[in-house]
Design a protein. Structure first.
Length: 564
């Protein structure tokens, strides 16, 4: 007997492991899809309608699916080995850290923490609705790293905390496959509920919810919304109790997004239902292709170093101003700091947008949505000429609307522009990574956490010898270059620890053997000349125009000498 099973993975990084384990199951016809909580419920309901025999999922998603469908639901448990791997990953993080989850997670974790004497605090919740309030309190108490399930991880990320998702390993997945095969052979529950709702769903929209006359949800499906919106739908009786009443209701979700609800009273047999169709009416935030509006949460700013602390202190003392110039090399994180400034000034009210300096004059103030509160204007120092009076008039109009302007520059001098030196414009130096060596270990840990969660990589820490190699390198590309190198390292590394040989190999490709500067005076005259050009190019952030100008040669000559 072949069992048709759907595995609803709560997070994308789990898919590859599931598919790899599924290849060894002869009696399972396995389909893998990704969806957390209500997204997973939607996938499960769809699978039930398509004739799947069982659903496999994890944690809160499995619990919700079990309450929503009439076929067997198998919960993938978290094993002691899974917990040990997460605790090992978190142990190198130097800040306050905690595990937040249901008793099944915190109970198992406490035994391991006590046994290994690891300094990690435990906080148990009974309902997922408790998560956000608890995490906000932990953030106020100085915690910066939170471990837990998908809801805990996503809430921590949204609140600006570092999060580690407690993932299930192959042993737990194999156990779930065995249980699915056993349960599916003897358990087949009725699908009367779906049959009962077929009449209602003849008028179904893409996103809908069916309520009983008492207000209970008897069916729901969400496609564009992804999950049930937190909107209270009134269900007072229609004036014609025996007929069908249809009404349009305008409401808003918790984020202020306008939503139209079409509410219809339908009678099937002797039972009445409310069919509520939901239509999202998005805010018009885009100003063409030139401007990008960012709605994702701002990343955590790591600031152990004096240089980055000085930068954040400067911003904190200048929040009353509405014009800033950020000066820093490519890859230093100017845009990220502009987003940090936006969050500090607005406290989450309004949107953050970015636009190239050359494109901003083409956008009139009326084309930029009123919801935009901060605009990051990048590549300001790459303008061939300065802005004219009419273009600065756009800036003045935006400031009158309460918009904060942040100009990103890699050089302090801009030809033809004297206005950026006015007293009302705050200049902020964004430090290079070479000035932030005290931040390096924490940056590496944070990036390894990021890749572990997004790519499903196995590397969870870096050895001290490897870290010393990184500390000796100059990082002309700054944090962006570090991120690119670590991404390559975690993909190549099959174990849990990135060690010295791999880092040395990756740095050697950059002309930094063992992290040390090459001997520029060894070799033939042509070889020495090429080394000098490569060194200048590296120091100029691989900008050929700047390197050629510094060497007093044209770009074609520079290119020819590099090719020889």
């Amino acid at each position: 007997m072949t069992i048709k099973a759907l595995f609803v993975a709560p997070y994308a990084a789990m898919e590859n492991l599931i598919e790899e384990c599924g290849k060894q199951q002869r009696d399972l016809e396995l389909t893998v899809r990704t969806g957390n909580l209500q997204e997973g419920v939607k996938l499960a309901k769809q699978a039930e309608a398509e004739g799947f025999d069982c659903i496999i999922s994890r944690g809160g998603t499995a619990k919700l699916i079990g309450e929503a469908v009439d076929i067997p639901v198998i919960d993938v448990r978290v094993s002691g080995y899974d917990m040990l791997r997460v605790l090992t990953l978190a142990n190198d993080f130097p800040r306050k850290k905690a595990i937040v989850g249901f008793p099944a997670i915190t109970g198992g974790a406490k035994a391991i923490v006590d046994l290994l004497d690891i300094s990690i605090d435990m906080f148990t919740i009974r309902d997922e609705s408790e998560t956000e309030a608890l995490l906000r309190q932990l953030k106020e108490d100085g915690y910066q790293l939170i471990m837990g399930d998908v809801v805990t991880f996503e809430t921590a990320s949204r609140l600006g905390l570092l999060g580690i998702l407690i993932q299930s390993g192959r042993e737990s997945i194999f156990d779930a496959f065995k249980e699915a095969a056993t349960v599916s052979r003897w358990l087949s529950k009725s699908r009367r509920e779906i049959e009962r709702l077929k009449g209602v769903l003849q008028a179904a929209a893409q996103d809908l919810m069916v309520l009983s006359e008492s207000g209970d949800v008897v069916y729901e499906q969400w496609k564009a919304f992804g999950a049930r919106p937190e909107i209270n739908v009134p269900i007072e009786k229609s004036p014609d109790n025996n007929g069908a009443g249809r009404e349009v209701i305008h409401a808003a979700d918790p984020d202020g997004q306008p939503v139209k609800i079409v509410r219809t009273r339908t009678v099937i047999g002797e039972t009445a239902y409310w069919l509520c169709e939901f239509y999202r009416q998005p805010l018009h935030l885009e100003a063409g292709d030139a401007m990008q509006v960012h709605t994702e949460p701002a990343p955590l700013i790591i600031h152990q170093s004096e240089a980055m602390n000085a930068c954040l202190t400067m911003l904190g003392r200048s929040l009353k101003y509405d014009q800033f110039v950020f000066i820093g090399g490519k890859g230093t994180g100017k845009k990220m700091l502009a987003r940090y400034l936006h969050d500090q000034k607005t406290q989450g009210d309004g949107y953050f947008a970015s636009v190239r300096a050359a494109d901003l004059p083409e956008l009139g103030p009326e084309e930029i949505a009123a919801e935009v509160r901060t605009i990051y204007v990048y590549a300001f120092d790459r303008l061939e000429r300065g802005w004219q009076e009419g273009e600065w008039r756009t800036i003045r109009e935006l400031r009158k609307r309460g918009v904060t302007l942040v100009f990103g520059m890699t050089e302090e001098e801009v030809s033809g522009e004297n206005r950026i030196y006015e007293d009302e414009i705050i200049h902020v130096h964004v430090p290079a990574l070479a000035e932030r060596k005290a931040d390096l270990k924490e940056l590496v840990t944070a990036l390894l956490l990021h890749f572990s969660q997004t790519l499903g990589t196995s590397a969870i820490r870096m050895s001290e010898k490897a870290l010393r190699l990184l500390a000796d390198y100059r990082w002309p590309g700054n944090v962006s270059e570090l991120k690119a190198l670590l991404q390559e390292a975690v993909i190549l590394e099959k174990g849990y620890v990135i060690d010295e040989p791999l880092v040395d190999q990756l740095l050697s490709r950059k002309g930094a053997e063992s992290g040390a500067s090459p001997d520029l005076l060894s070799g033939t005259l042509d070889q020495i000349e090429k080394k000098i050009i490569e060194k200048v190019l590296e120091e100029e952030g691989f900008n050929q125009t700047k390197a050629a100008k510094r060497l007093q040669i044209n770009r074609s000559t520079l290119w020819r000498k590099l090719k020889n």
